[in-house]
Every structure is written in structure tokens, then in C-alpha cells.
Design a protein around this ligand. Structure first.
Ligand SMILES: C[S@@+](CC[C@H](N)C(=O)[O-])C[C@H]1O[C@@H](n2cnc3c(N)ncnc32)[C@H](O)[C@@H]1O
Length: 415
């Protein structure tokens, strides 16, 4: 058997409806972890992503009946991942949303920053500030509601406020543009803030999220830096029970998760600058390789014998050398130099359509990502491919509870 990038033939939108909870920068599509989960694990196995972002790998693992574990030190990533792999029943979420709506009290929005006030109609902002105050993120229902709202906080708004998917003035959904840029844009385009009811918009989003049955297994999420990976009090990590890692480490210098998420981080009360100062960001290749080496050494320790580690890394363009560098090749050379016990199975190319690359969309001046990502497949001790062919069947749809009247025979009907 061999590896190929067969997942490229499957739609990017393929997968469980929870995957579309909220966009996230530098995310990979669910079809990618699905391919490796099917190839290298059986139901009940443990799958880890130590840079889990919006939780694509752990969610896909849980959807496939594996135990998904997601670790990321970005609180936004943690809230999204936890919601997906620890989802309460829809009826509980709806009941909590109703209670929150009924109990709503007047929240003062005067002290909110001007760059937040310019995005939302005052009545929408009042609801958001109230929810910010009362949601208890340690509770799975409240965490799910927060994740749902993060997904609709900003995006292209429709003129019809009754049906609007997003709460802000019209703007991109994937990332937050800079406050100055937005201010200028509002002035130039004469954008008006539309009053969107947060509770109604959240219900519409919940309907879309629960199109599929929630995952059959639950997973575990942790808000920790990769340096602490082996110290996390998780029974599977501690006992080296991880069968598969599918992960993409932060790109070299390309994405600033704090700055580009300042609106969502406002909702979570996280300072974007503080976050950016703590997240990994390396200017030089040698520094980046040391970071990846340390991370891989910790990942190795979580793997069971026969465990596999798939790392998605993008090629970068070096202006100084006027050439493209394959980070995957550099990482492998570094692993050999440092006598890592990881063995290399394969490096598979995952070419991205030019316009999809986040740093291209944003026209990041310093961005050095190219359109080629590579998946580096490493393993511990030995490797065994378990699937001849990947099963791409769609996740089961949720059966909507039928109205009592619907199931009653119509008066006068023959049956
Ligand atoms: C390329 S993104 C992963 C995206 C993810 N594959 C997805 O589909 O959403 C890299 C992630 O690494 C996280 N990160 C950066 N430095 C970290 C560190 N030192 N420890 C843990 N996570 C870190 C960032 O917050 C970001 O979510």
C-alpha cells in the first residue's frame, strides 16, 4: 500500500456539519485528517493534534469513532475544539439559550472600545456584552453557545435582518481586518449597522450545525502550549496511548492569530497582543526548526509503538535566497541531524489552489507561504496501513423529532 493525496479529489466542504462552526486561519479541510485516520487507526484508537486550531483533527477522529484529543494554547482554538468534541445534546443548548434570553438584563455598552462599537448595532452589541458577562465557559452548554456565537460574530451580512447569518457590519468571516481599515471602509462604503437579534441568529446557526448526528465518541481538549504536552493530565497522553497525530504546526512568521482574530478574542476577553507574544512565531529557519524539533520530541513521547505522526507543513519562499524552501525536507534533515528516533515513511504533496491560501487572501506583506503544503508521515518503531480504500461516506443526518400531529393519520384519510 502507499500514500497519495487522494483527499484532494474530495470536496473541501465534505464532512460533519460541526466542522463549519467557525472559520480559522490556516485551517486544513476535514478530508485531510479523515484520510489518515482511516489509513492508520481503528475505532477506539486515540488521535491527537497538539496544534489543533479549530479542532478539525479531534472532531474528525470522534466522528470516525476514535478518541480525539486537541491541544492548542490559543483560547479561541480551545473554545471551538471543546464545543465540537464535547457537544451537549441540542435540546440542552436550546433550553439554556431560552433561559439566557428570558433572563437578559440591561448591559452597559458605553465602556466598550470604539472599534467594537463601530461593528455592531447598539441593540446587537448590548446582547453580546450581556452574553460575554454571563456565559460560563467551564460549562459545556455555555461553551457551545460561545463557540456558536464566535462563528457568526462577523461576516458578510444580508440586508434582511430576520435572516442575517452574521452579527456585524458586512466584512470577511475568516479573519478580522484591522480597525483602521474597517473604519475607512465603513466611511467609504457608507455601511450601516443592522440590528440583528443574537439569540435568533444563534438558533439559525444551531440548526445548521446539527444537520448531522453529533459524533459518537467524545474527545478531550486542552488549552496548553506544546511545551507542556507530556505534562497534560490526560490518561491517553500519559500512558502513551496515542496511535495517530495529524497536525499542522504554526507557519513560519505568516499568521498572527491574535491580531487577525481581535474581534473574536474581544468576545473571549483575551488581549490579542498578549496572545501573539506567547504563540510561536519564528523569523529564522534555524529558530523554527528548533521549535519543531522540541515539539516533535514531545509528540514522540505520546505515541504508542507503531504510532504515526502526520505533519502538514507549507513550503516557504526565501527572499534572501530567492528560492522556495521545502520545510518538510528541512524538518527531516534536522531530525536526522539530531538523531531523532522518528522514522520517515513518506512526504506527500498537498497542492493548494492559489487563491485559497490565507496569506494570499490577506495580502500579508511579510507572508512567505507558497501554494504547496506537504504532509510528512513519520512513525515510531513500525508502521501498518489498515485501510485499502478510504470510506468517504457522509456522516449520518440527524433525524428531526417529528411533530406529533405529523404522525397522526389525517381525519378522513383511508388509513
Ligand atoms: C496552522 S494552525 C493549526 C490549524 C488547524 N490544523 C486547523 O485546521 O484549524 C497552528 C496552531 O498552532 C497554535 N500554536 C502556536 N504556537 C503554539 C504553541 N507554542 N503551543 C501550542 N499551540 C500553538 C496556534 O494557536 C494555531 O491554532
Amino acid at each position: 500500500m502507499s500514500l497519495s493525496n487522494d483527499w484532494q479529489a474530495v470536496s473541501k466542504r465534505w464532512g460533519h456539519s460541526f466542522h463549519s462552526m467557525c472559520s480559522y486561519m490556516a485551517m486544513f479541510p476535514p478530508r485531510l485528517p479523515h484520510y489518515f485516520i482511516e489509513k492508520f487507526t481503528r475505532p477506539g484508537d486515540v488521535v491527537l493534534d497538539p496544534f489543533c486550531g479549530r479542532g478539525t483533527t479531534p472532531l474528525e477522529a470522534c466522528v470516525c469513532g476514535r478518541i480525539g484529543i486537541g491541544v492548542d494554547m490559543n483560547p479561541l482554538a480551545y473554545v471551538l475544539t471543546r464545543a465540537k468534541i464535547e457537544a451537549p445534546p441540542l435540546s440542552h443548548i436550546e433550553a439554556r439559550l431560552r433561559a439566557l434570553e428570558n433572563d437578559m438584563f440591561y448591559s452597559d455598552t458605553d465602556r466598550e472600545p470604539e472599534h467594537i462599537k463601530m461593528l455592531f448595532h447598539p441593540s446587537t452589541l448590548r446582547q453580546l456584552v450581556y452574553l460575554k458577562q454571563v456565559l460560563d465557559l467551564s460549562d459545556p452548554c455555555d461553551n457551545f453557545i460561545a463557540a456558536t456565537i464566535l462563528g457568526i460574530l462577523h461576516g458578510a451580512s444580508s440586508r434582511n435582518r430576520e435572516r442575517s447569518s452574521f452579527l456585524s457590519i458586512s466584512m470577511p468571516n475568516t479573519f478580522s481586518m484591522s480597525p483602521n481599515y474597517i473604519r475607512k471602509y465603513i466611511r467609504e462604503k457608507g455601511l450601516k449597522r443592522i440590528p440583528v437579534d443574537v439569540f435568533a441568529a444563534a438558533r439559525r446557526k444551531l440548526e445548521r450545525l446539527f444537520v448531522h448526528e453529533p459524533p459518537p465518541t467524545r474527545g478531550f481538549a486542552y488549552c496548553e502550549p506544546v511545551d507542556h504536552l507530556t505534562a497534560i493530565p490526560d490518561q491517553y497522553i500519559r500512558k502513551r496511548r496515542v496511535k495517530l497525530i495529524v497536525s499542522s504546526p504554526p507557519y513560519m512568521r505568516v499568521v498572527r492569530y491574535g491580531l487577525y482574530n481581535w474581534i473574536r478574542l474581544w468576545f473571549l476577553d483575551v488581549d490579542p497582543d498578549v496572545l501573539d507574544n506567547t504563540l510561536a512565531s519564528y523569523r529564522r529557519l534555524d529558530e523554527y526548526l528548533v521549535f519543531v524539533q522540541r515539539a516533535l520530541a514531545r509528540m514522540y513521547k505520546t505515541l504508542t509503538s507503531g504510532g504515526v505522526c502526520c505533519l502538514v507543513v507549507g513550503d516557504v519562499y526565501s527572499r534572501a535566497k530567492k528560492t522556495t524552501i521545502s520545510l518538510a525536507d528541512e524538518i527531516w534533515k534536522m531530525l536526522r541531524r539530531t538523531r531523532s528516533r522518528f522514522l520517515l515513511y513518506d512526504i506527500v504533496e498537498d497542492r493548494l489552489p492559489e487563491k485559497r491560501k490565507v496569506s494570499k487572501i490577506w495580502r500579508e506583506k511579510k507572508g512567505r507561504a507558497t501554494q504547496v503544503d506537504r504532509v510528512m508521515v513519520l512513525y515510531r518503531d513500525h508502521i501498518e496501513e489498515l485501510a485499502e480504500a478510504i470510506d468517504w461516506s457522509p456522516p449520518p443526518k440527524r433525524l428531526r423529532p417529528r411533530m406529533v400531529q405529523e404522525s397522526l393519520p389525517l381525519r378522513g384519510s383511508a388509513s
